[in-house]
Ligand binder design. Structure first.
Ligand code: WT7
Length: 640
């Protein structure tokens, strides 16, 4: 961690990029001088409003900020219709490929037809403005079509990552009170169909609010169709009317809900807005990834995460660009799959996560070397801090030493990039550099004073900010606005270097980043304590060379139970089923006690000292100071 300040390598933007960059140096100054004026200009340039907005920012009821109020628009109109009515009509909108080699190129015209038809399908199934529609889908074009069709009719989608368990899916359906579920029969993972519909069936058992389920035939694996409830996508589409007039939506109408992990066991439904979101995802993509008419943009994120929403679907399509979707693993049939695809599709901009970069690094440079990657001009990374070694490897072996790397810091809650380089800034391995124009971010100490090292905060509202937590305004206030008042608290720690660049050091709350996926320690703990043998559980993140962090669980058992490898396997399986395999603890340590304060709070910091092999920190506030010895012994006896 201390290494970051020693990082002195600076890479200056190549002449060629500087000359043609969408962003100009003046924009930083312009935005600084007049932040709202800058966003107003972006809104005018990037969004087609049906009715013009009256106010850029309504801050009369903080922190429930509302952007571009008075205006009306429709997101699917912006992503599809306006390109359909332009020279882009026959341009590739979505390029898709799955693991088995199936390929689809969908033009804006074709996308327009599909979105309109599916909007009519949803309407005919009784979905209206403001209704919630849950998506549990693979990375297939139909997922983008479904998202856009929801926005067309003003329904609110909630996409649940396909890797989540049926239990997690049901929990999210119930919280949002969704009445329609859209899924697929399955999708391929290393050549074998993954049973999405089976999970969806189990979830619907526990989510009685679902009235109808629409199923895309994708993997062609055998599934159960529940008469009267389940419908094939292709059958509904066959008879759907061809046009649906996009609903006129208020600028601050909820666009979607996306669940993410917080400090309690209950996932929170981050609620995003219509116009503000649409402005910022486009502005950031246009200026950070410098998208040009001929680019092929490949963001490897799944649509189940915010990155998939903002930079696979909404950002690229609103800008009328070509976005590539891949449904499959990175090493099937071989470890050069990604580079083989990048060459074949002519990918010019590639955006992925540090965990993927570290995996490529482990596999070795011979895989990218098999392919001609000379078309690449910009690279990106997101999801967790990137270690300078991985950054350098990416820069040299994928970018050929000529592609600037955009290390974009943002969150599900922020909707779009917040701290990020643009292609005209000097970059350094490991830092997300500076706030995007129009964004005010700082590092502060416990007293909210600017500091070289402390907490990352956002000092003023931004267009694509979350509106609230679905159905829980109080949680919105508590989680983000209680610690620093009118500054938004990100949950991240950060440092500033002598160039004023921001180095995000990671979460300071009980949130883990496992392969870039966000998990609450509380979510995993509450699934563990459901097991009859378990009395208490404490989960922490342990550093991992590839995944960044992996969950490690310390578990105390009820009287009469003994730890065993069978029990470890059982508990891991239970987490798989309850949360999802991404949350599975890499190790489970049985101990007779946990480090707790007198008030009963578990001191996870001390557990982290053990797993990282550090000297144990201050343990004087523990109710039972001798507990640590026993836990250390349990850990060293078990480790792994
Ligand atoms: C958390 C948000 C934003 C889309 C993917 C993750 C970490 C994200 C970076 C980065 C260092 C990063 C932070 C943040 N994070 N990007 N470039 N450098 N850390 O979204 O699941 O909401 O997670 O990811 O800890 O708070 P998310």
């Amino acid at each position: 961690m201390e290494k970051t300040n020693l990082e002195r390598r600076v890479f200056h933007p190549p002449e060629e990029i500087l000359r043609h960059a969408n962003i100009k140096g003046e924009m930083y100054k312009e935005a600084q001088a007049d932040r709202l004026g800058w966003w107003k200009k972006q809104a005018h340039e990037l969004v087609t409003f049906f009715k013009p907005f009256e106010k850029v920012l309504d801050d009369s009821n903080p922190p429930f900020y509302r952007w571009f109020t008075g205006g009306t628009t429709n997101v699917s109109y912006n992503c599809v219709d306006r390109h359909y009515h332009s020279d882009k009509r026959n341009k590739a909108a979505i390029c898709y490929e799955n693991e088995m080699g199936k390929k689809v190129v969908m033009t804006y015209r074709e996308l327009y037809v599909e979105v309109n038809k599916f909007a009519n399908v949803l309407k005919s199934l009784g979905v209206g403005k403001g209704d919630r529609v849950c998506l549990y889908m693979p990375m297939i074009p139909e997922a983008a079509v479904a998202m856009l069709a929801c926005t067309r009719i003003g329904a609110i989608h909630s996409v649940v990552f396909g890797g989540f368990s049926s239990h997690s899916l049901a929990e999210r359906i119930n919280d949002a009170q969704a009445k329609i579920l859209i899924t697929a029969d399955g999708n391929f993972r290393k050549g074998t169909p993954f049973p999405l519909k089976e999970n969806a069936d189990a979830a619907m058992e526990a989510a009685p609010g679902i009235e109808k389920c629409i199923v895309v035939k994708n993997a062609e694996n055998p599934i159960n169709m529940h008469e009267g409830r389940d419908f094939w996508y292709h059958e509904l589409m066959a008879s759907a009317a061809k046009y649906y007039q996009p609903e006129e939506m208020e600028a601050d109408a909820p666009l979607f809900i996306l669940y993410t992990s917080g400090s309690t066991g209950k996932p929170k439904g981050v609620q995003h807005s219509t116009a503000g979101y649409l402005v910022q995802v486009q502005a950031t993509l246009k200026y950070v990834f410098d998208l040009k008419e001929t680019d092929v943009f490949w963001c490897t994120a799944d649509i189940g995460w915010i990155t998939g929403h903002s930079y696979v679907v909404y950002g690229p399509l609103a800008l009328g660009m070509t976005t590539l979707m891949y449904d499959g693993t990175l090493d099937y049939p071989d470890k050069d799959r990604v580079w083989e695809m990048a060459e074949r599709w002519g990918v010019t901009i590639f955006y992925t996560a540090p965990t993927a970069i570290r995996t490529f690094m482990k596999w070795g440079p011979e895989y990218p070397k098999r392919h001609d990657l000379s078309q690449l001009r910009l690279l990106g990374t997101v999801g967790e801090p990137i270690n300078p070694e991985a950054w350098m490897w990416y820069y040299e072996n994928i970018g050929g030493g000529r592609c600037p790397i955009m290390d974009t810091w943002w969150q599900t809650e922020t909707g779009g990039f917040m701290v990020t380089p643009t292609p005209i800034l000097p970059i350094k391995p490991g830092t997300a550099t500076k706030p995007f124009p129009g964004i005010e971010v700082d590092v502060v100490d416990d007293d909210k004073q600017p500091a070289e090292r402390g907490y990352l905060v956002v000092k003023s509202p931004w267009p694509s900010m979350l509106m609230t937590i679905w159905g829980d305004d109080q949680r919105y206030l508590d989680e983000y606005w209680s610690r620093f008042g009118d500054y938004y608290f990100t949950g991240d720690g950060a440092k500033k270097d002598s160039m004023g660049y921001i180095w995000v050091t990671g979460r300071v709350d009980d949130v883990l980043k496992v392969s870039g996926h966000r998990l609450g320690t509380a979510e995993i703990e509450s699934s563990l304590v459901e097991c009859e043998e378990v009395a208490e559980a404490a989960v922490i993140g342990k550093k991992d060379d590839i995944k960044g962090e992996v969950p490690v669980a310390f578990v105390t058992l009820k009287d009469g139970y003994k730890g065993s490898s069978e029990l470890v396997a059982k508990l891991k399986k239970h987490v798989d089923v309850k949360v999802g395999p991404i949350a599975r603890p890499s190790s489970i340590i049985f101990t007779s006690t946990l480090p707790k304060t007198r008030s009963g709070k578990i001191m996870r910091r001390l557990l982290r000292d053990i797993t990282e092999g550090r000297t144990i920190g201050d343990a004087t506030t523990l109710a039972d100071p001798s507990a640590m010895e026993e836990i250390v012994a349990a850990y060293s006896g078990k480790a792994g």
